[in-house]
Unconditional design. Sequence first.
Length: 231
Amino acid sequence: MALPINEVPKYSTKLPSNDLLVNYRPFLVKEEKVMLMALESDNDEEIRQAVIDTVQSCTYGNVDVSKLPIFDFEHLYLKIRGKSVGEVIKLKLKCPDDDKQVVDYELNLEDVKIDTTKKPNNKIEFEKGYGVILDYPTIKSYTGTKSETENNFSLLKDSIKTIYKGDDVYDRNNITEEELDEYVNSLTQKQYQKLIEFFTTMPKIRHRIEYENPKSGKKFALTFNGASDFF
């Protein structure tokens, strides 16, 4: 006699970037096992790939999650995580004014949203008729294995879509890695900072919680930035 087929519930959500409706399901035991093993390895690349593979499987292959803007990917991950292991995360928060005092806090993932109040213009103009057009970075853009300076440099390179000057337009697909390295290295600090500002102001998870030390009565706040804070 064949074993019964387990029916997995299906849910849907809209991507923050374009309101595209995406179906998803909770992750299965086999997928959770892979993610836990990756976490135990303490290898950033293995963890990232395990999460990508899980989100891809849980969205039925309807979208290539590795190509989504990072905040769309994070939105899907939190939705899947919530339906898989529960929307409520039990946290133990330390009080900065007392190293021994810990506060229990229940965080509901349904309250965690993508902050889309800032949507920067992806056309960064250095001067009239000259600038760069950027794409939002994807989960693949974040390696987590380099220094902050190297990560910013890599993130910027991965996100450059077009360079234009006057009537000349240079598509990323026609630019070699060496040419792109040389171009980014030749930017002035002012130009470089204008590009980096695009990433610091783009939509992302920004969730602030407040809690209080029950003994001293002092209040504290903690802000979550990005889905990695919920791993």
